[in-house]
Write a protein that binds this ligand. Structure first.
Ligand code: NAD
Length: 422
């Protein structure tokens, strides 16, 4: 592959995403020209996002929107507000979105966006100004036929309503299909808020069924208790799984007798964190990865299972709620140990699947019942899980490689059929 001059992209997460593509390209004998085109994003935008803080001071934040690929349709991907956001990371997340949409057979390419900031320290008014100004700065790139943002870390449905409103004000009429993950009253769909966690829980359950030997109440540890982590924990708890450990950014709890997840959710709603919850014992954040559990669900940040802790992972299944929580080196270690890693492009795809349903409903102005949404989600995720499971068996590769072979393969086929313009 040629050396690309845009070294701005080189950060650990982007390098990991690119290495995953390079490895799978070799395994599947990917056309060299298609491989070259998929290694970097199609379009990247860096924007300044100045806002007035509540204290009257003007502060500038850096924002990004990256479209990795649009071969199968408009690009799709969340917007995160986090202090680690930078171009390389956003580009990696956009690339994973391409494979994820393709794996789930959605008519989308991958994108991602974000603003580098400390959202926990900002007031609601400041966050609204930040969201609206960011939307304005990336306006030329987004639209229901072009690129459709959604929530991600530290962004939520309220912010999606602000994004929709800002875009609609520029266009002159309501355009609900410009973002997904909106409140139902402004064109959101039933079932979106819980979709990602529902999908993570479903894929973990499917893995338990396929692999067998877990007993009646498999034990689970969940890193991150935000949207994805808490909902995953809730659904697994409902199915009789024993959630024994949970961490978030502020603290962790460990209770080998099993945590009452609805009670913990109520506690977190009141206190903002799992920290201080009883009767669980306190748990150091990094110890969550080394607990003797059946299933480990990293549902917070990237690069947390690395070569320095992977060999101490005792879980038999790792379900990637987060994007990129397992580094390439750690992946190799886990694979060699026989840990079944359900890759993020499959495990956490429930969010984008239901986002797709929301977009379809917005375009058709015809809305579905929650049952319809959930049944269609379960069908698509189960189908993708089975495809990955069987491809991994047939080709004797890890589930991640199998998922990539399917995801990259569909994009590559479409790219070859469409050809290279001009
Ligand atoms: P969120 O903001 O709702 O929650 C993030 C959680 O992670 C919070 O509980 C936070 O306290 C915790 N956290 C942050 N740093 C931590 C650390 N070092 N140790 C332990 N916990 C930590 O975000 P979310 O929407 O739940 O997203 C979580 C992950 O899932 C992200 O990687 C995101 O990209 C991915 N994801 C989200 C969706 C979605 O629909 N929300 C879809 C696909 C993937």
């Amino acid at each position: 592959m040629s050396q690309h001059p845009m070294k701005e992209f080189y950060n650990e997460t982007f390098y990991m995403a690119q290495k995953q593509l390079d490895a799978v390209a070799e395994t599947m004998n990917l056309d060299a020209g298609v491989h070259e085109r998929l290694r970097f994003p199609r379009k990247s935008l860096i924007v300044s996002v100045p806002i007035k803080l509540d204290n009257g001071i003007t502060k500038l934040f850096m924002g990004y929107r990256v479209q990795h690929d649009q071969t199968l349709g408009p690009s799709k991907g969340g917007v995160r507000f986090h202090h680690d956001v930078q171009l390389g990371e956003v580009a990696a997340l956009a690339m994973w979105m391409t494979w994820k949409c393709s794996l789930l057979n959605l008519p989308y390419g991958g994108a991602k966006g974000g603003v580098c900031c400390f959202p926990e320290e900002m007031s609601e008014n400041e966050l609204e100004r930040l969201t609206r100004r960011y939307t304005t700065e990336i306006l030329s790139m987004i639209g229901p036929e072009k690129d459709i943002p959604a929530p991600d870390m530290y962004t939520n449905e309220k912010m999606m309503a602000w994004m929709m409103d800002t875009y609609s004000n520029f266009i002159g009429y309501a355009v609900p299909g410009v973002v997904t993950g909106k409140p139902v009253s402004v064109g959101g769909t039933l079932g979106r808020v819980e979709a990602t966690g529902r999908g993570v829980a479903l894929t973990a359950e499917l893995a338990v069924q396929k692999l067998g030997g877990f007993g009646d109440a498999p034990t689970v540890a969940v890193q991150g208790f935000g949207n994805v982590g808490s909902v995953t924990a809730k659904f697994l708890h409902q199915k009789g799984y024993k959630i024994v450990a949970v961490t978030d950014a502020k603290g962790g709890i460990y209770d080998p007798t099993g945590i009452d997840v609805p009670k913990l959710q109520a506690y977190v709603r009141e206190h903002g964190s799992v920290e201080g919850y009883h009767p669980g014992d306190e748990l150091d954040l990094k110890d969550i990865f080394e607990l003797d559990v059946d299933i480990l669900v990293p549902a917070a940040v990237a690069n947390c299972i690395t070569e320095s802790n992977a060999d101490r992972v005792k879980a038999k299944i790792v379900a990637e709620g987060a994007n990129g929580p397992v580094t390439t080196e750690a992946d190799r270690i886990l694979d060699a140990k026989g840990v079944y890693v359900i890759p993020g492009i499959l495990a956490n795809a429930g969010g984008v699947v239901v986002s797709y349903f929301e977009w379809v409903q917005d375009i058709q102005h015809l809305f579905w019942s929650e049952n319809e949404v959930t049944n269609k989600l379960t069908y698509l995720m189960t189908k993708a899980f089975d495809e990955v499971f069987h491809t991994a068996l047939e080709r004797k590769v890890s589930p991640r490689t199998a998922a990539m072979i399917i995801g990259v393969g569909r994009v590559a086929e479409a790219k070859k059929l469409r050809g290279l313009y001009p």
